[in-house]
Design a protein around this ligand. Structure first.
Ligand code: GDP
Ligand code: MG
Length: 323
């Protein structure tokens, strides 16, 4: 088969056993493919989509060699790109955190101090991230943040730090918006939510455990404070300033006491998701088949458990084992 498209250069496609495509490019043009090529877009599109061979090998090869000449002049700019590959054999934690979520939660009428729908949406978005990135062995979330732990030996994106954080952060954010309606069926987001993302490396098992402990301790400290703070305001009639002054310098035991004696709230009876945050891990679960039988399937499950003590890590020793 022979297809010709006319000047200023000729596109010729010979389609046989060894098909090839030749682009005769005008030497004058600095960007031959774009500026000098007069074949119509629809013609090009039809070419690309009708000839898988062209699309895959030949097209790629010729495009590359054609553009190589044009590229060479500018190619040096690649040297400005820093190599940000993460150290080998090191735990990679990617944490996303809501930007200005104090405002976002107020603008979207989140319940105080905790909004179950909002937190569940965070868990849904994080599940999407784990579904996509199989090398994430565990995720931990609380408030407006989520941490994702990549296996020590992961080769995802050649361990490039920015690739990992931007892909995780982007998917998390889009999933947050994508699933919004399932959790807030009567309202739309009033503006696009933003999450930042960062990659942090931890060389030892102790380090990664301490990192996760740090985030869970943060959850505990903030949640106890917020629960007491909002009880003083919503149930005790204090102003935010009065509540803040009352809690200034108090230890956790004193906050527990205020909750219990003034509001009959036993903090330990509060929901585990609020007190401990959410751990996402993969577990083998039995799923029912249409024929009535069951099959084991790996599924991402949510657990609201302590990850500071040893118990979780003893029962889940596989999480820290390099495979
Ligand atoms: N009312 C409410 N606010 C929340 C909830 N989860 C997170 N937030 C808000 O999000 C903030 C997250 O903290 P941080 O990241 O330090 O603040 P940011 O800089 O405003 O995102 C909290 O201080 C709360 O104001 C929730 O479930 N309910
Ligand atoms: Mg935030």
């Amino acid at each position: 088969m022979l297809i010709r498209c006319s000047a200023p250069r000729t596109l010729t496609i010979y389609h046989s056993t060894a098909a090839f495509l030749r682009l005769k490019s005008s030497k004058k043009s600095s960007s031959p493919i774009v500026s000098g090529f007069t074949c119509s877009v629809s013609c090009m599109t039809s070419l690309i989509f009708h000839f898988p061979l062209i699309r895959s090998n030949i097209w790629k090869k010729e495009f590359h060699s054609s553009t190589a000449m044009a590229k060479s002049k500018f190619e040096y700019v690649r040297l400005f790109e820093a190599d940000d590959r993460c150290l080998p054999n090191t735990w990679i934690a990617v944490r996303v955190d809501g930007k200005g979520f104090h405002k976002f939660s107020t603008e979207h009428d989140y319940e105080k101090p905790n909004d179950i729908k909002g937190l569940s949406l965070m868990n849904r978005a994080a599940t999407s991230v784990m579904e996509e990135f199989k090398d994430i062995c565990l995720a931990y979330g609380q408030s407006d943040e989520y941490s994702f732990v990549f296996r020590k030996e992961t080769q995802a994106y050649s361990r490039r730090s920015a690739k990992l954080s931007t892909n995780v952060c982007s998917l998390f954010t889009s999933a947050f918006v994508y699933y919004w309606n399932e959790y807030f069926p009567t309202s739309k987001p009033r503006y696009p939510p933003v999450f930042d993302g960062r990659t942090v490396l931890y060389p030892s098992n102790k380090n990664i455990r301490d990192y996760l402990s740090w985030r869970q301790a943060d959850c505990h400290i903030n949640n106890l404070y917020n629960t007491t703070f909002w009880a003083l305001i919503l149930k005790g009639g204090l102003t935010p300033t009065e509540a803040e002054n009352k809690l200034k310098g108090t230890l956790s035991g004193e906050k527990n006491e205020i909750l219990f004696s003034q509001f009959a709230i036993n903090y330990n009876s509060e929901s585990e998701m609020l007190r401990k945050g959410t751990v996402l891990v993969r577990r083998k679960v039995l799923v029912a088949l249409p024929n009535g039988e069951t099959r084991e399937k790996s599924q991402i499950v949510q657990e609201h458990v302590d990850i500071i003590g040893d118990e979780f890590w003893n029962t889940n020793s596989h999480l820290l084992t390099v495979t």
